[in-house]
Design a binder for this molecule. Structure first.
Ligand SMILES: [Zn+2]
Length: 188
């Protein structure tokens, strides 16, 4: 059974190398990663990179669909988590000039959140599980997730981005009476 590695752990700092051959074992690992990510509900797991399970090749799984744009049938599948994608050897081809602050968390740093400024538009390429080369444009949340995961593959955690940008960290402190998540500023 796979487990998510928590920071600080040197395995999260590994710079990954390209996957040379897509083997059945790799596909199996990717499937297990999707299953594992789906077990995280609070906060919801939206992506998991190889370094987070102690591997050193370049791949991740992530929800890269904008649910709002999907039709009802696809949206239901997205809810079931079947729209996780297997992303192998990802690259950012170009980044849009505009950026936005995202309130970001990570399965490897439970309970800590921070604001990270990231590009709102990206052109990316990667191989899917069949080895097919995919090139696509991402914007909004999928673009943000892609940047977070590709950082993992370079040994970079979102806290590094927060510190670099002199942003703020927050700790989840529970829910108020209305069920709204509450946060408190912290220093790490
Ligand atoms: Zn992460």
């Amino acid at each position: 059974m796979l487990q998510v590695i928590k920071a600080p752990d040197s395995r999260l700092r590994v710079k990954t190398t390209a996957v040379k051959k897509i083997t059945p074992a790799l596909i199996n690992t990717l499937k297990e990663m999707i299953k594992l990510t789906k077990t995280f509900k609070e906060p919801e797991g939206v992506g998991l990179a190889s370094t987070q399970i102690g591997l050193d090749e370049s791949f991740f799984v992530a929800r890269l669909d904008e649910s709002a744009r999907l039709d009802a049938r696809l949206a239901k599948r997205a809810k079931d988590g079947q729209r996780f994608m297997m992303v192998i050897n990802p690259k950012v081809i170009s980044m849009g000039k505009r950026s936005k602050k995202y309130f970001e968390g990570c399965l490897s740093t439970p309970n800590i959140w921070g604001e990270v400024k990231r590009a709102t538009q990206l052109k990316v390429s990667y191989q899917d599980e069949n080895g097919k080369m995919i090139t696509k444009s991402l914007k909004g949340v999928p673009a943000w997730i892609f940047q977070h995961e590709i950082d993992h593959l370079n040994g970079i955690l979102f806290q590094d981005r927060v510190l670099e940008q002199k942003g703020k960290f927050y700790k989840f402190t529970g829910k108020d009476k209305t069920g709204t998540d509450m946060f408190e500023e912290v220093t790490i």
